[in-house]
Design a protein around this ligand. Structure first.
Ligand code: 3PG
Length: 218
């Protein structure tokens, strides 16, 4: 882990951790403990999705109270999301898809960001916009490992964080691809574990994922 809040820039989002936890927080009081639990399991990076009313406050709470965690905002779908995430203290941005307008807005924040792509043409458009580090989403639905291999042969400049349908069992296969830096997923933070405050389970899942993926792929 090369990055903390004290770093001026997260130079490569894809090389921070092998697995980026994609987190949906329903209650604000879940934010700090889930971030702490993931860090305790060896994954001090959180992509907190803007999918619930408390998401921006959750980002702010983690930014303020869990400095060892690099906190990012996921599900950035419009320019205003990028600005709001920056204001809340997000250190990086992730979008499920990308338009030139959205890429411009994310770039304007000065934060590192991963635009979402799902096809060869979308990867080409992202490269045209100067983005070489991308999200592939929803990875399993759009072709997964096979698609990434095909893209790698024609667009080797693009590197990916695939997310969407990836599990502890498949993460290492993705990570072994030369054009994949890390994978993302929500399996580390099950809804029922967050609802129950079962932080030990989150830590155990994070420890399993970080150890397993690193061991198998590196
Ligand atoms: C994302 O936003 O990256 C996805 O929701 C994560 O996909 P998953 O829930 O299938 O892991």
């Amino acid at each position: 882990m090369s990055s903390t809040r004290d770093d001026q820039a997260l130079t490569s989002l894809l090389d921070l951790v092998p697995v980026v936890p994609v987190v949906v927080v329903d209650r604000l009081d879940q934010a700090v403990p889930v971030a702490q639990a993931l860090a305790a399991g060896g994954l001090p990076v959180v992509e907190l999705t803007l999918r619930t009313p408390v998401a921006l406050d959750a980002i702010r709470a983690i930014a303020d109270e869990v400095p060892e965690v690099a906190i990012g905002a996921g599900t950035i779908t419009q320019p205003a999301d990028a600005e709001a995430a920056l204001a809340a203290g997000a250190q990086f941005l992730v979008s499920p898809g990308a338009t030139a307008t959205l890429v411009g807005a994310m770039r304007d924040t000065g934060l590192p960001f991963l635009p979402g792509t799902a096809t060869v043409s979308e990867v080409m458009q992202a490269l045209e916009l100067g983005c070489t580090e991308l999200k592939l989403f929803p990875a399993e639905v759009v072709g997964g490992v096979g698609l990434l291999k095909a893209i790698g042969s024609v667009l080797p400049a693009a590197r990916f964080c695939p997310t969407g349908g990836i599990t502890a069992a498949t993460a290492a296969t993705y990570r072994a691809l030369p054009n994949v830096g890390c994978v993302g997923g929500s399996w580390l933070t099950p809804t029922d574990a967050l609802a129950a405050g079962d932080w030990d389970r989150v830590t155990a899942l994070a420890a399993e994922a970080s150890g397993r993926v690193v061991e198998a792929a590196r």
